[in-house]
Design a binder for this molecule. Structure first.
Ligand code: HEM
Ligand code: NAG
Ligand code: NAG
Length: 501
């Protein structure tokens, strides 16, 4: 009897444990947000979420209101959809929400990088020093040189000005931004032709990784794709290895500062290589796709293109090529381009769709702007998806799906910063870079880089869509939540150097 009692007891414990792990036993407690576990144990709503996060969240929002908790692959996510209530989550004065913990798990999985204690601080202090303010001066000069090299070739002859070149707009933008960005940050050797070839090859591999990335993060790769990811990771570790750095000069101070820190901490060279890959990913995965959307919107809206060109002529004078080799350009002009600034802000509003995630440390109360209070449960994740809850809110941005190049301009031509929701001024009226502790530290460099590229394209080149009636392609639904979105198909365009004096 006693024996069977023990066996039954043990069985009960095991089953309860399993049920618990499968999420069957979780119940909504008083004051917690609506709980939607989905119909499949453990997986919950994972399939619908991964297939199209945007549509899924729209549906949940309509069903449950501004705050709800959903089960996704054994983890509970509480989505907060009311931007007027973001404040306490982003400021998190009580330190009950943790960004670093989740990020560390992710980079270990995706890049094999074991984060050290002070990494987060180190990355942000390196970025404050070298990706912002005065520290950016070196880099934005380097970026201009790199763009000249990539677009005009080492001798300036690679583009014959008299003829049109045809390409996919997405490929073209991503390719140019990747190569220029990679070379500017990770350095040159003595042989520029060789550098360009290597950057081109790296771009091809980067795109392979990029395509697998969303399903890799969601653990949805088949065995062959899994091996392919492993191969790509090793290839990047080798190409970006710190051993190779010895042959290079002009490695950005941003990268060398961070590597020096890791060296001094005794981090193994192989781990530093992984760190480099992580930084390549963070720095090159969004600027190309964003520039694509920017140029596409300009090509689809001739009045916007016209306005950007007029502004460029005003601040730059007539476009000239210096010795046919490099763009003649004062980077400081980027300070005086409110029209282009508005175009970029509008592009990011329509194109950038990151998810912000924070792990809940201790059970605590989230107070909404409405006064409503919700209990957040320890171990759950609080999630924001500002693309849906902010960028597409017709109250904040009337006709939210339409590109309006002057949406971020005041009538007197200055930058518009006043936006309202329900009559209240709203602080976070777009959030392409994330916000709070996890805000993108590269946002100033990214903006400069993309502005430079767009300015060069519209001032030095004639451009047109191969089929002017081609519509703006829909977003690839797999990429919702991963930074800048990508189009579900390519758009053909052609370009040629404008005849210059
Ligand atoms: C259009 C271009 C870009 C967009 C839309 C973008 C967006 C973002 C977002 C949303 C995050 C935060 C992710 C989170 O909350 O977990 C992030 C993080 C980061 N970004 Fe960017 N980014 C861009 C370009 C760049 C560039 C050019 C660099 C560097 C040169 C860069 C460096 C980083 C780094 C290092 C992080 C991680 C910061 C951390 O660990 O706290 N980004 N980016
Ligand atoms: C580039 O360098 C300048 C220094 O004059 C710096 O102030 C600025 O933020 C950087 N970016 C642009 C676009 O000028
Ligand atoms: C331009 O207009 C905005 C609001 O419409 C105002 O806040 C700003 O001070 C004005 N700037 C100038 C230079 O007049």
């Amino acid at each position: 009897m006693v024996f069977w009692g023990l066996v039954l007891g043990a069985l009960l414990v095991v089953t309860t444990g399993c049920l618990y792990l499968l999420g069957v036993l979780r119940q909504r407690r008083p004051q917690e947000p609506p709980l939607d576990k989905g119909s499949i144990p453990w997986l919950g709503h994972a399939m619908a979420f991964r297939k199209n996060m945007f549509e899924f969240l729209k549906h949940m929002w309509a069903k449950h209101g501004d705050v709800f908790t959903v089960q996704l692959g054994g983890q509970y996510f509480t989505f907060v959809m009311d931007p007027l209530s973001f404040g306490p989550i982003l400021k998190d004065a009580q330190r009950k929400l943790d960004f670093v913990k989740y990020a560390e798990k992710l980079v270990l999985k995706v890049f094999g990088y074991h984060s050290g204690q002070g990494d987060y601080r180190m990355i942000h202090s390196a970025s404050t020093k070298y990706l912002m303010g005065d520290g950016l001066e070196d880099l934005n000069k380097t970026m201009l040189d790199s763009l000249s090299l990539v677009m005009l070739g080492p001798t300036g002859q690679s583009l014959d000005s008299s003829c049109w070149h045809e390409d996919g707009l997405f490929h073209f933008c991503y390719n140019v931004l990747f190569k220029a960005g990679y070379l500017s940050l990770f350095g040159y050797t003595k042989d520029q032709e060789q550098d360009l070839r290597q950057a081109e090859e790296l771009f091809v591999q980067f795109r392979k990784f990029d395509r697998l990335f969303p399903r890799f993060v969601y653990s949805l790769l088949g065995p062959r794709e899994w091996r392919e990811v492993g191969r790509l990771q090793r290839l990047f570790h080798k190409a970006l290895s710190v051993k190779r750095n010895l042959e290079k000069n002009g490695i950005s101070r941003w990268i060398s500062y961070m590597l020096q820190y890791l060296r001094e901490r005794g981090v193994a060279p192989a781990m530093q290589d992984k760190f480099n890959f992580m930084m390549l990913w963070a720095s090159q995965g969004n600027t190309g796709p964003t520039s694509f959307w920017a140029l596409l919107f300009l090509l689809k809206h001739p009045e916007a293109l016209q306005a950007v060109r007029e502004e460029a002529t005003q601040v730059l004078g007539e476009a000239r090529l210096k010795a046919r080799q490099s763009f003649d350009f004062k980077v400081s002009t980027l300070h005086h381009t409110p029209v282009l600034d508005s175009v970029m802000e509008e592009t990011l509003r329509l194109g950038a769709a990151p998810t912000l995630l924070r792990v809940v440390h201790n059970d605590h109360i989230l107070k909404m702007a409405s006064g409503q209070e919700y209990l957040l449960r320890s171990g759950d994740i609080v999630a924001l998806f500002p693309y849906l809850s902010v960028h597409m809110d017709p109250d904040i941005h009337p006709e939210p799906t339409t590109f309006k190049y002057d949406r971020f301009l005041n009538p007197n031509g200055s930058r518009k910063v006043d936006f309202y929701k329900a009559g209240k001024k709203i602080h976070h009226y777009t959030m392409p870079w994330g916000s709070g502790v996890s805000i993108c530290p590269g946002r100033f460099l990214a903006t400069n880089e993309m502005k430079l590229f767009v300015l060069l394209m519209v001032t030095y080149f004639d451009l047109e869509l191969v089929d002017p009636n081609t519509p703006v392609p829909p977003v690839d639904p797999q990429r919702w939540g991963f930074g800048t979105t990508q189009p579900s198909h390519e758009v053909r365009f052609r370009y040629r150097l404008r005849p210059t004096s």
